[in-house]
Design a protein around this ligand. Structure first.
Ligand code: CU
Length: 180
């Protein structure tokens, strides 16, 4: 793969140097460079997919009951997605604990209601809740956690909901996850 990449980059350079003497205007040159840049970024993008970098997503949570982003997405080519959650605050898990839970929008409320009853010892989730598509543990300030899940059960282009199931937090800690 690395060899092919180098070979294709070599071909790209070669193509550029041969094409340049034929150029008539600066405008054309700019177009050509822009096109080649696009080709290069497409090449690098496909290399990333192979090495799965884009299949790992990072999100922070803090003592202000906030996630750092309200949208997360991964390429639909990811067979598995890893979400890494960092709690950048200082408060302990029983006071300001956070997790990252994925479900359909429709199922969120039921998961939260049952999660509240299940309590912190169950990560504020009903054990083996089939409505939960993915979930990390609850963590306190200064801690990190992650979850890796298969994307085979998800539909590309559909908006899923992620939230924190700690009692009351979903009102502020909620976002949209999409496979694109
Ligand atoms: Cu929370």
């Amino acid at each position: 793969m690395a060899f092919m990449l180098r070979y294709r980059l070599f071909m790209w350079n070669n193509h550029t140097s041969r094409a340049l003497p034929c150029l008539k205007t600066k405008h054309t040159a700019a177009n050509l460079i822009s096109k080649d840049k696009q080709a290069l970024s497409a090449l690098l993008l496909s290399a990333n997919a192979v090495y799965a970098d884009e299949c790992t997503l990072n999100i922070d949570a803090n003592d202000m009951m906030q996630f750092s982003t309200k949208t997360l997405s991964a390429p639909k080519s990811c067979k598995k997605v890893t979400v890494k959650l960092s709690h950048t605050g200082k408060l302990p898990a029983n006071v300001m604990g956070h997790n990252w839970v994925l479900s359909t929008e429709q199922n969120m409320q039921g998961i939260i209601t049952d999660g509240n009853a299940a309590g912190l010892s169950n990560q504020y989730l009903k054990p083996n809740d089939s409505r939960v598509l993915a979930a990390t543990d609850i963590i306190g300030g200064g801690k990190t956690t992650e979850v890796t899940f298969n994307t085979s059960g998800l539909t590309a282009g559909t908006d899923y909901t992620y939230f924190c199931s700690f009692p009351g937090h979903y009102a502020m800690m909620k976002g949209t996850f999409t496979l694109k």
